[in-house]
Write a protein that binds this ligand. Sequence first.
Ligand code: NAP
Length: 270
Amino acid sequence: MSNAYAEVIGDPIAHSRSPMIHSFWLEKLGIDAAYRAHHVTPDTLADYFVQRQADPDWQGCNITLPHKEAALDHVEDRGGLRQSIGAINTVLRDEDGALIGTNTDAAGFYTPISGLDLSGETVALVGAGGAARAVLFALKRADVGAVVLLNRTPLKAAALLASFDLKGEALPLDAPLPAVPLLVNASPLGMTGQEPLALDLDPLPNDAIVYDLVYVPLETELLVAARGRDLDTVDGLDMLIGQAAIAFELFFGKAPPRDCDDELREALIS
Ligand code: NAP
């Protein structure tokens, strides 16, 4: 029996859905390895990496709050992520034993909409925090023409747009939406315990897509309103599963069985 394992670290960590997702795929593929949650506090983060680097069974880890930025201090940042997304969510050990930081959130966000041609298009985005940075990184790569960034603090949004060298404008949350093909919510608004994201979707064209990163609950008021207008929607589980899929292949060397996504979604919702 193999002792190989990967894990997700954070503080707190009990709420993480990553062990359920990765364990589901490990079992489906019959891979003899484990994926677990491991509680790491900010003051033990440095020790954690020293210890795991020397552990031959460790295949890597995912990183969640509050370590996504601090972990950059303990790994090699070969992709220049500190300057772009400003955070990592995955750490691996290369063949020479070096710890390498990477970020699968941007690709996880983009995968469900990769069939869209966003080149030159204007996109609307709500939020200017960590998730918004991953979204902007992906939108920049998709060569969008401009981003209308709605945020509680427009000044912060303007600085974020400038840091990605993106055209567009920063507006308050109550500004009317532009007629864009894609609206993304990367704020916690709509999450259980938060205010709903109250946007008037009328200006969106009939073929627009509304993408909500929030996944608790899965059916946010924003997505209900979008479906009420017959717009296509993407929910937060698509990104959550998408970012995990990329990390899984990096940890265990095999692509997860994405044809089982419906079963996985059922398991995650129940
Ligand atoms: P974050 O850094 O805490 O987000 C902060 C952003 O939200 C800021 O723009 C902030 O505005 C705004 N905000 C926070 N509370 C607000 C309020 N009460 N009213 C108005 N604006 C408010 O969080 P995050 O890490 O970016 O995550 C954002 C959301 O994305 C969360 O729901 C998270 O669960 C979700 N997410 C999903 C995935 C996935 O895989 N599906 C991945 C990552 C994140 P100010 O700038 O004015 O402070």
